[in-house]
Design a protein around this ligand. Structure first.
Ligand code: OOG
Ligand code: MG
Length: 272
């Protein structure tokens, strides 16, 4: 075998399950690993990366977790620039990822958690395939202020490709929803001022149209991405529409509050 053939043979044995196991162990052991495209599979492509993500979720479900929704990521220009990646991605949310409003987050339970301001929806009716903004909005039963805590399993929270992020469940870790839940037609969802403060100091501000031009369009994009895998969005799903601004490193002692016009506040505290 020449070295090229050897390389292929090695990579062929690296399937989605094997890669999912490596990422899952890194998460459970709070250990950073090199991006898959720098280690196990340089040619990892997006469809296989989504299969790695799905295998990782299957492992979590086998341990008793339950899927509660999906998150869109990289839906704002600010985030795409920060991560140097070009297009939106999705990840899966499970019940154990939800932190109660005003809850406490243990920084030490993660690797290098970051927090970011989002808008979330609860989908009242199932959605699937190519849909319009109006169809998405009609299916959204409620809208919330939300924050997502990201935690990449990759060294220094750095990766080099979309497939790496997608395989890592799009850096999902935790999320928190505000206590106030409103029908989205009661507000102009694309024109809400958002301010995230840490210990009383505003660290990030944006208008909600920073998210996909309109957070409802994140739901439209999510349905399109799911359709590529023959999947849809079940009724009852929570959808995080993506961060409006860059993420903020979470430190023990931080008290983080997001205020969204018309949607009230959502808060969490971080400990060691
Ligand atoms: C990828 C996930 C991005 C968002 O809201 O933009 C994301 C990452 O930044 O690691 O969740
Ligand atoms: Mg996010």
């Amino acid at each position: 075998m020449d070295s090229d053939e050897e390389g292929q043979a090695m990579h062929m044995s690296v399937d989605a399950v094997a890669m999912a196991k490596v990422l899952d162990a890194a998460r459970l052991e709070r250990r950073e690993i090199p991006p898959l495209t720098r280690s196990l599979l340089p040619e990892l492509a997006l469809p296989l990366a989504y299969s790695v993500q799905a295998e990782g979720i299957r492992m979590r479900l086998a341990r008793g977790e339950r899927v509660v929704g999906l998150k869109m990521g990289l839906t704002s220009e600010a985030k795409r620039k920060q991560m140097n990646l070009e297009s939106p991605v999705y990840g899966v949310l499970t019940d154990v990822m939800q932190v109660p409003a005003r809850g406490v987050i243990r920084v030490g339970a993660g690797i290098h958690p970051k927090i970011e301001p989002e808008i979330a929806f609860r989908i009242a009716r199932p959605l699937r395939g190519t849909i319009t903004r109006e169809e998405a909005l009609d299916a959204c039963g409620s809208v919330f202020a939300a924050m997502e805590v990201l935690d990449s399993r990759y060294i220094d929270f750095k990766y080099f490709s979309l497939p790496d992020v997608v395989a890592d469940n799009s850096s999902s870790s935790l999320f928190v929803l505000g206590a106030l839940e409103r029908p989205p037609r009661e507000l102009d969802v694309a024109r809400l001022d958002m301010h995230m403060s840490v210990n009383g100091q505003v660290v990030q501000s944006a208008r909600s149209d920073a998210i996909s031009g309109d957070p409802v369009l994140s739901v439209v994009q999510l349905c399109a991405l799911l359709a590529e895998r023959g999947e849809g969005l079940p009724a009852g799903s929570i959808v995080l529409s993506g961060a409006a601004t860059v993420a903020h490193m979470l430190k023990p002692g931080d008290h983080v509050r997001l205020t969204v016009e018309g949607l009230g506040d959502v808060e969490v505290s971080a400990t060691e």
